[in-house]
Design a protein around this ligand. Structure first.
Ligand SMILES: [Zn+2]
Length: 258
């Protein structure tokens, strides 16, 4: 009996080690690798066509994040087959429907290109500058920023950050270089959010990015004050909406998204 129990324990430990090894070093499944800046991209296809521009866009956004650390060397795995991605998502206990995730403990980001394509086919014009649109550069940079936050704050501290703050930070800073170059102002985007149907499953997620945008760009919060326990979700949302109400409004704004 003890012998069988020992065998079961050894088998279980070996299986767990194999799963962790697959998650830590997925590169054996990928035929193409390209390093740009500090990021190493892996794919099972050539990086031709639009890819050089997309990778350059990701690298540029990434290097503009306030917590950017030049000694940090992340890996990005770009899956062109949903089934292969699902295998890794299940190993990491991430729902298949989520098209990207970061395992900061391994410094790896895993991206489903078919999952992002599905998002791009949905009518998400109200969610400009959000990963909800399925834009590859936004989604990949978002996942990479999760890794930067872990590097800056430590693994335990990152796990204790409220969901809205972590997602809002990644959403806003992944999009910030594009936001600064565009005429669509935060005020306009809050107006668009107010018009998103209340039963939309992604409405809250869009809000997280807007709140981080408001707190960092308007209130000029530091990362420390943003992460302070005294700043609650309700408090931050109310401050943003109070600021929005003080602004002059143009009735055409809510339907003028390019
Ligand atoms: Zn995220």
């Amino acid at each position: 009996m003890i012998k069988w129990l020992l065998r079961l324990i050894v088998f279980t430990v070996a299986a767990v080690c194999l799963l962790l090894a697959a998650l830590a070093w997925p590169s054996v499944w990928f035929s193409h690798t390209q390093r740009l800046g500090n990021i190493t991209f892996h794919a099972d296809f050539d990086f031709d066509g639009d890819w050089p521009a997309i990778l350059a866009d990701i690298t540029s956004r990434y290097e503009h994040v306030p917590v950017y650390d030049s000694s940090h060397l992340p890996d990005v795995y770009l899956f062109s087959e949903q089934d292969n991605y699902n295998l890794f998502a299940r190993l990491a206990l991430v729902p298949d429907a989520v098209p990207g995730f970061n395992l900061s403990i391994f410094d790896n980001s895993y991206i489903s290109l078919p999952g992002l394509e599905l998002r791009r086919e949905r009518p998400t014009d109200r969610y400009a500058y959000s990963s909800i649109t399925g834009e590859i550069a936004q989604c990949v940079t978002h996942e990479l920023i999760h890794g930067l936050l872990q590097e800056r704050l430590g693994y335990a501290a990152v796990l204790s950050i409220p969901h809205w703050k972590a997602e809002g930070y990644c959403e806003y800073f992944a999009a910030r270089p594009r936001l600064e170059a565009d005429s669509v102002k935060l005020r306009d985007r809050i107006g668009q959010w107010l018009n998103v149907p209340k039963d939309s499953r992604t409405r809250e997620y869009f809000l997280y990015g807007l709140m981080a945008n408001y707190l960092f760009a308007q209130e000029q919060l530091t990362l420390e004050s943003y992460l302070s326990n005294s700043l609650t979700f309700d408090e931050a949302r109310n401050r943003m909406l109070t600021w929005y109400d003080t602004l002059p409004h143009d009735s055409t704004l809510t339907s003028s998204m390019p």
